[in-house]
Design a protein around this ligand. Structure first.
Ligand code: GLU
Length: 278
């Protein structure tokens, strides 16, 4: 059974780009009598707002979409993600990183030309780590690519099927392109990559249909699936919708939110037609 999802984060109002993504996923499910789920990715309490979440339901319903209930809200399942994080930690796949964003950027910049384009680090010596922990210094948990590579005996078996552009093709995942990603922060207990991989597996997602802006994320997500023993869905990264200026729609384009379009008198039929649906 084909199962796909639309998984917005309620950090702003949905815009044309979201509508395109949701209609693409919904249409793909409908075409094969599959299932379409809505998932609210609200783990980042510093950025998510209840009003945006309510608006997601309202705007998608206005577009004419329907989805299964209950809707999974990630903020209600933090224990699940912490469990997965703890399992990785217990296997020595994570390390604490006390660096600020700035320090990470400086470290990359200081490395000999091209030697470090993304961050890769290692645990601090135990004494130093204990001292910083005792001083209550904030830290993030990072996934150690070195440890992951040792655990899996290399990344050569990490592949996924990409159907987003024409014929399906097998892609070799290259998690090293993203460096040692942060899987948990002090202020946000667990990061997007871990929660999304966990939920896609839990909800039996067979096809992840999302924008090409997330294509890169698939590489580390494929690695997490392998480390956590989770299945790998098929991916369809669709093209990003661009505005008249050639730039892709983003939350910053306030006038392009679905609510604004609605207020300006646009109908769902107009929007679907404009985007090439039905
Ligand atoms: N929550 C993510 C976002 O709003 C999308 C996650 C996904 O589709 O994998 O960008």
């Amino acid at each position: 059974m084909f199962v796909t999802r639309f998984a917005p984060s309620p950090t702003g109002y949905l815009h044309r780009g979201h509508a395109f993504s949701a209609l693409t996923a919904h249409g793909a499910a409908r075409a094969v009598d599959g299932r379409f789920l809505l998932r609210i990715e609200d783990i980042d309490a510093t950025r998510c707002r209840p009003a945006f979440e309510a608006a997601i339901h309202e705007d998608l319903a206005w577009l004419g979409l329907s989805w299964e209930t209950p809707v999974r809200r990630q903020s209600e399942h933090l224990d699940d993600y912490h469990g997965a994080l703890a399992a990785l930690e217990a296997r020595g796949l994570l390390y604490r990183c006390f660096r600020t964003r700035r320090e990470v950027a400086d470290e990359i910049a200081r490395a000999p030309h091209g030697a470090m384009e993304v961050f890769r680090g290692r645990p601090l010596p135990p004494g130093e780590e204990a001292r910083r922990l005792a001083a209550n210094e904030p830290f993030a948990w990072r996934l150690s690519l070195d440890a992951a590579e040792r655990a899996l005996g290399g990344f050569q078996d990490l592949t996924f099927v990409e159907e987003g552009a024409g014929e399906p093709r097998v892609v070799q995942a290259r998690p090293e392109l993203g460096g040692d990603v942060v899987l948990a922060r002090k202020d946000v207990g667990v990061a997007y990559h871990l929660a999304v991989v966990f939920d896609d597996a839990l909800q039996g997602i067979t096809h992840v249909i999302r924008g090409a802006d997330l294509a890169e994320a698939t590489h580390v997500q494929r690695l997490l699936q392998a480390l956590l023993g989770l299945p790998t869905p098929t991916y369809r990264h669709h093209r990003l919708l661009t505005g008249p200026d050639g730039r892709r729609f983003a939350k910053r384009d306030r006038a392009q939110t679905l609510r604004e379009l609605r207020a300006a008198g646009m109908t769902p039929a107009d929007l679907r037609r404009e985007m090439g649906f039905d």
